[in-house]
Design a protein. Structure first.
Length: 418
């Protein structure tokens, strides 16, 4: 059956395109583009500089003027919930879905592999990588998969001694060594069919939960963890380095969802609570909602054009960011200043708020996964807040101000009930 593809040209998108010479930031949401959802889960850029954007309600293609939206209703896409996108050297799109398996789109024809018609062990494809031989490596919810365009080979807890179940990230070096992270199991290096396992017990890895992996031009490995910032492991596999932003203590919970390394070897990290973070080898730079037009402090994915422009997928929209355009990073969009003590806290905290406008101003406390545990209104001056023990176990939390939907800088709060 012939599928009809809807192409939507938005006047606002054209206006945004023409204005890019003057602005560093352009934000795309459901209210000003053809995007079907603001929660952006995957972004990839093809050989024609078209942006492919995945969300929970479909796949978008954007050529800087026109949006083309693909869903299960108008294309061969097997599931609208897109979890990963990878584009090969022939400009073929490989799309991982949350519940429909793997899709291939060559611009005309859709091909789908799932647990019913292939050797896939799961229909949830979390990540995709290519080796130099053209093999596709898939991270699924039930193990690691190699696909050579004909056969599927699976490694998981059923046929290896390792806890290879939910595969969150895969990176492949120029020698085709695979670097793999599995759910709360640390890292696996795979050469041919042999595995080397690294975790917090047998290496300097600081967290067994690794969300993201990237390789620099020297083939050093960079790992984004679920609570301990970013780490690098040199090619000798012996030397490890632990990186964290300059104003964050080393024991702070800093979750790195994604890593992009540019041609200058600068590291751009998408964090769970602190927006886009850049490390140039010396300095740390933040772009957050409080000091930039970033639509959210939660960054899920980052892609970069050949021209150097970034496309940043957040849980509240897609951001186009041209770092070459001069901008003034504001110190704070709030006139409010907050001080919380004691920190570490036990069952209560004192809040001193200095502000000229406390209208609709609230304090939010979140855990390291971004789950909101408490939200309360504040007034100027001294505020007293009890921390219910059933909501706040011992651990690391973050607090921030929220005023009419605008959030301020995220800071750390330690709770100790011992």
């Amino acid at each position: 059956m012939t599928k009809i593809i809807f192409r939507i040209a938005l006047l606002l998108s054209i206006c945004n395109f023409s204005a890019r010479a003057q602005t560093a930031w352009t934000i795309y949401k459901t209210n000003n583009s053809a995007l079907l959802d603001n929660g952006i889960k995957a972004v990839s850029i093809d050989n024609n500089n078209h942006k492919w954007v995945g969300c929970a309600y479909g796949l978008g293609e954007y050529n800087d003027t026109t949006w083309t939206m693909y869903t299960t209703l108008n294309s061969g896409l097997p599931d609208d919930n897109i979890s990963s996108i990878k584009i090969d050297k022939n400009n073929v799109k490989w799309i991982g879905t949350n519940n429909g398996g793997l899709a291939k789109f060559d611009g005309t024809t859709w091909t789908v592999w799932n647990t019913i018609n292939s050797g896939l062990p799961s229909d949830e494809i979390k990540c995709i990588a290519f080796d130099t031989l053209g093999n596709k490596w898939l991270g699924t919810a039930n193990g690691l998969v190699k696909f050579d365009d004909t056969n599927f080979t699976v490694w998981n807890h059923n046929n290896t001694p390792y806890f290879l179940i939910v595969i969150h990230a895969i990176a492949i070096d120029k020698n085709n060594v695979k670097y793999i992270s599995s759910l709360n199991s640390g890292l696996f290096y795979m050469t041919d069919t042999n595995f080397i396992h690294y975790n917090v017990s047998n290496s300097y890895l600081q967290d067994n939960f690794v969300f993201s992996i990237a390789l620099d031009s020297s083939q050093n490995r960079w790992y984004g963890t679920a609570g301990k910032g970013i780490m690098s492991q040199h090619t000798d596999s012996i030397t490890w380095e632990w990186y964290y932003p300059g104003n964050t203590p080393a024991d702070s919970a800093w979750t790195v969802n994604c890593i992009l390394i540019d041609s200058m070897q600068h590291k751009y990290m998408g964090s769970h609570l602190t927006g886009l973070v850049k490390y140039d080898g010396t300095n740390w730079t933040y772009w957050e909602t409080y000091n930039s037009p970033m639509p959210s402090n939660r960054v899920n994915t980052i892609a970069q054009e050949k021209q150097g422009i970034f496309w940043i997928g957040t849980d509240n929209g897609l951001a186009r960011f041209d770092e070459s355009v001069p901008t003034n990073i504001a110190e704070n969009i709030f006139s409010s200043q907050i001080n919380i003590y004691p920190n570490p806290a036990k069952d209560k905290i004192n809040i001193i708020l200095q502000t000229t406008n406390a209208e609709n101003l609230s304090l939010e406390i979140l855990d390291i996964y971004g789950v909101l545990h408490l939200k309360t209104s504040l007034h100027s001056g001294n505020n007293f807040l009890a921390l219910p023990e059933n909501n706040f176990g011992s651990g690391i939390y973050f607090y921030r101000l929220n005023q009419n939907g605008r959030v301020g800088r995220t800071s750390k709060l330690v709770v100790s009930n011992e």
